[in-house]
Write a protein that binds this ligand. Structure first.
Ligand code: LHQ
Length: 263
């Protein structure tokens, strides 16, 4: 893996840092390929229990790299790059059976914002901002934007944000329900790692089941969702983690939980 994407293992957390700070971590084919590979690797590595995604420098991600061969003089088939890179990446992030924390350290624009929304828990630095910049260049949201946005902040806000292309401050994003929590800039990297580390210590099979259920709730009706919860909970009832969780509760001590598929 090249250093366009930094991948570090910190305990059971895989920290992925988009690393093109001079371009606000804009997504080019090399970075998109590295991201796709990094999520494959995080999926395969049983010692990884949570992924933390952030950006180097003052930006999180400025979306597609507009300096690349895109637009009037380049490849006009934008669908090609969406099919090759963006859609597989978003699908991979959603399907990953481990939680992803999107730590939005600065501006998140266009597909860069939507990449953050593909995570499970979205946190942001107080100085971060969010913009569906697509309309400014005659495009529409991609990378899952028209799916994630209305579900997170409601249809009215989602349409206005996409159509007007205005920037949302971190405080507005928190108030709208786009992000879970804000942290002061100075402590943001530490706090982000703490969130991911806490997640990584929780029962992995329960987290994976939750992720599956929340993903499904976007398209299931109540009956299907109740059945899915029942099936998943039945499986969780047979795990060592459930046994340990209840024992730890009764013994008034913190539980020690196993990783996915192992001890
Ligand atoms: C950039 C970029 C950038 C390259 C800042 N590329 N260099 C599209 C096409 C194909 C297929 C798939 O899907 C997509 C989806 C998309 O993502 S379309 C949306 C693409 N993104 C944008 O339209 C956002 C463009 N950037 C901006 O509007 C601003 O840079 C934001 C609001 C992100 C930040 O503004 P500032 O904080 O004022 O920073 P800046 O504009 O001065 O940028 C700093 C540098 O980063 C600058 O380079 P320079 O050499 O002048 O210092 C920018 O050119 C560069 N940069 N975004 N997307």
């Amino acid at each position: 893996m090249t250093d366009i994407l930094l991948a570090q293992t910190l305990g059971a957390v895989r920290l992925l840092t988009l690393n093109r700070p001079e371009r606000l971590n804009a997504l080019n084919p090399e970075l998109l390929t590295a991201l796709n590979e990094a999520f494959d690797a995080a999926s395969a590595d049983t010692s990884v229990r949570a992924v933390l995604l952030t950006g180097a420098g003052r930006g999180f991600c400025a979306g597609a790299d507009l300096m690349q061969d895109l637009g009037p003089n380049g490849d006009r088939d934008l669908g090609r790059s969406i099919e090759a890179y963006y859609n597989p990446l978003v699908r991979k992030m959603r399907a990953l059976n481990k939680p992803i924390v999107s730590a939005v350290n600065g501006v998140a624009a266009g597909a860069g914002m939507n990449l953050a929304l593909a995570g499970d828990i979205i946190i942001a630095a107080r100085s971060a901002s969010f913009t569906q910049a697509f309309i400014r260049i005659g495009l529409m949201p991609d990378a899952g934007g028209t799916y994630f946005l209305p579900r997170l902040i409601g249809d009215a806000r989602a349409r206005a944000m996409a159509m007007l292309g205005e920037t949302m401050t971190a405080a507005q994003a928190e108030a709208a329900g786009l992000v879970w929590k804000l942290f002061d800039d100075e402590v943001f990297p530490t706090e982000a790692l703490t969130v991911a580390t806490n997640l990584a210590a929780k029962p992995a099979q329960a987290l994976a089941a939750m992720k599956q259920a929340f993903n499904a709730s976007a398209h299931n009706g109540l009956d299907a969702q109740l059945e899915l919860e029942c099936d998943l909970q039945r499986d969780l009832g047979n795990t060592h983690d459930f046994e340990e969780g209840v024992r730890a509760f009764l013994e008034k001590r913190p539980g020690v939980f196993s990783r996915l598929g192992g001890s």
